[in-house]
Write a protein that binds this ligand. Structure first.
Ligand code: PEP
Length: 267
């Protein structure tokens, strides 16, 4: 077992009440990104208590830095290496993300965990790397449809969290983000109901709280999976849902703007 992460409690609390994160996945090009970011900047500057984050493919992080650095919109990557530095061809380190002004990084997205066989241990290592470099990790957890139908979703998500807790301790969740993303809801148009999301968010928060109450208080738990302007209104008013991770609808400026407005008015 590695040494537990010691969190400096005064450092960098996630101050915004809600957080909405755009996950562009493997979409975009320089021209399209410029148009989309220009619309984001125009539409999202009046939000009162909602933090907006854009997570783009690595090659566009410089473009995000250049276009967003004087705005309230933050940016980040969709993955990173589990190691700090070395002979890891094709990998991108936390320090490299920091060079391009990233403050956030998505970790363990199910599209990566499935396609690239990422283990919970790898994900836990990435989580620690992110924290050690002052990046806010956005840890994705979620169950498959078969697991939900079998009623074992809490066991599955509990195990995903336990790997990080066992290796690094529960304090590491202070000022971190967990995004509950049922795999059956991602990109399918079938979002979790507010009741399903609320139950899982409560389970996650209580699990961390039993080990470290302050970390649980300072953890943001987002929902992701087919969020759209209509269901966002119902989801974001639910207690324990601190915002959303948005895939498809983040590529459409108007839809994304409505989702962000729903988060901001849910406060
Ligand atoms: C995601 O990729 O994290 C996601 C939630 O995608 P979508 O909104 O398209 O379901």
């Amino acid at each position: 077992m590695s040494q537990h992460f010691t969190h400096q409690l005064a450092k960098k609390p996630l101050a915004a009440k809600k957080i909405v994160i755009a996950n562009w996945k493997m979409h975009g090009n320089l021209k399209q990104n410029q148009a989309l970011l220009t619309q984001y900047i125009a539409a999202l500057s009046d939000l009162k208590q909602t933090k907006i984050v854009v997570c783009a493919p690595y090659p566009y992080l410089a473009q995000l830095q250049q276009m967003l650095q004087h705005t309230d919109i933050a940016w980040g990557a969709q993955n990173m290496a589990k190691n700090a530095e070395g002979a890891y061809t094709g990998e991108v380190s936390a320090a490299m993300l920091k060079d391009f002004g990233c403050e956030y990084v998505i970790i363990g997205h199910s599209e990566r965990a499935t396609a690239y066989c990422e283990s919970d241990e790898n994900i836990a290592q990435k989580f620690l790397q992110a924290k050690q470099h002052g990046l806010t990790p956005i840890l994705c957890v979620g169950e498959t449809l078969i697991e939900r139908e079998a009623g074992v979703m809490e066991l599955v998500i509990g195990k995903q969290l336990d790997t990080i807790i066992d290796l690094h301790g529960a304090a590491i969740f202070a000022d971190s983000i967990i995004s509950y993303e049922p795999i059956w809801a991602i990109g399918t148009g079938l979002a979790a109901t507010p009741a399903q999301a609320q139950a899982m968010h409560k389970f996650i928060r209580n699990k961390i709280a039993r080990l470290n109450q302050e970390a649980a208080n300072r953890l943001k738990i987002l929902y992701g999976g087919s969020v759209n302007p209509q269901n966002a209104v119902q989801l974001f008013v639910v207690s324990n849902i601190d915002g959303g991770l948005i895939g498809k609808c983040s590529l459409e400026a108007q839809a994304f703007e409505k989702i962000c407005a729903a988060a901001d008015s849910a406060i």
